[in-house]
Design a protein around this ligand. Structure first.
Ligand code: NAG
Length: 258
């Protein structure tokens, strides 16, 4: 009797494991891509292609924080789950040094041989491999590739560099930008908020006086400063570094959610 019970329990577990294993085996996972093209800064590329990938999908490049990595970014942000919902592809670049080179002359120049070029090549590779919608290629930084990235959402970083100088001769449009900063962020510092918005206002042809100041938006205690249809600063009162990813709001800014 004891043996029979053990056998039944064993068989039950076996079936249970098998029935779980089948759907798990075909579920999308985070995958490294090593052949994405020229990689002057030695950045690693990880990609998440959702099971429900759209035909002509969008692409989101999600950068980890200064001491993070791709796996951690994959697990700690909602983009993979949102990718399943909206059908876009997520690229998680990984810097072997942890921190990103966002300030060297190589990274601040279009095709200048820095980390930004490696990342742009990842987006170009994914665009052609998955026949992406070129109007839906987005990232979480603002850089020297306005021709490639159509919209950015920056969480807890700032730059008053003039992005027009990063791509001399470029005559196209510049991406829409949302900037988040927490009032308790001692790493970036509060002055980066208005100086970054001012730099972008100049690029996008806006003045620095907000058209609208909307309280408790997108969430309680956050204030949204609207400088124009392509530029918003979101001040997160009481929040430190970094501001948590606002996935649903990101979907609206990038146009995946209507
Ligand atoms: C940014 O500028 C707005 C006015 O446009 C001002 O009300 C706000 O206090 C400034 N924020 C910071 C963090 O300096």
């Amino acid at each position: 009797m004891r043996f029979l019970t053990v056998l039944i329990v064993f068989i039950f577990h076996l079936f249970h494991t098998l029935s779980l294993a089948v759907p798990l085996a075909k579920r999308a996972t985070l995958t490294q891509v090593t052949n994405f093209g020229s990689n002057p800064a030695g950045i690693r590329m990880y990609i998440y292609v959702p099971d429900a990938v759209a035909s002509s999908p969008g692409i989101v490049v999600s950068l980890h924080g200064a001491s993070g990595n791709a796996q951690q970014q994959f697990q700690s942000t909602p983009y993979a789950a949102l990718a399943e919902q909206y059908g876009f592809i997520v690229i998680y670049p990984e810097s072997p040094q942890g921190a990103w080179d966002a300030t060297s002359s190589k990274s601040l120049l279009h095709d200048g041989g820095g980390a930004s070029q490696s990342i742009a090549n990842m987006a170009r590779y994914a665009s052609s491999t998955y026949q992406a919608n070129a109007n839906q290629v987005f990232n979480t930084m603002a850089d020297a590739y306005p021709d490639l990235f159509k919209g950015a959402i920056i969480y807890s970083a700032g730059s008053s560099a003039d992005i027009r100088s990063m791509y001399p001769g470029y005559t196209g449009t510049y991406p829409k930008l949302q900037l988040y900063l927490g009032s308790q962020d001692t790493i970036i510092g509060s002055s980066a908020f208005n100086s970054t918005l001012a730099a972008w206002a100049s690029v996008l042809g806006y003045d620095t006086t907000p058209d609208q100041v909307v309280g408790n938006t997108p969430v309680q205690d956050y204030t949204t400063y609207v400088l124009g249809s392509k530029l918003q600063g979101i001040w997160a009162e009481g929040v430190g570094h970094p501001v948590p990813t606002q996935g649903d709001n990101d979907m609206k800014w990038w146009g995946f959610a209507k």
